[in-house]
Design a protein around this ligand. Structure first.
Ligand SMILES: [Zn+2]
Length: 55
């Protein structure tokens, strides 16, 4: 992630991270970026902890 990411960069990074890593849920501020744009909030592995974990 760049030092001063744009909202679009944060959304892209967190979407990729949430889909591949269950270490933490997406921050509320990032979720709001999707909601504000009328975009679907990405699925999050962190919310499916019973699925196979990748550390
Ligand atoms: Zn992670």
């Amino acid at each position: 992630m760049p030092k001063n990411p744009t909202p679009e960069q944060r959304m892209a990074w967190h979407a990729g991270h949430a889909a591949n890593c269950p270490c933490r849920a997406m921050p509320a501020g990032v979720i709001r970026l999707f909601v504000d744009r009328g975009l679907p909030v990405p699925d999050q592995l962190a919310l499916h902890k019973t699925a196979d974990r990748k550390g």
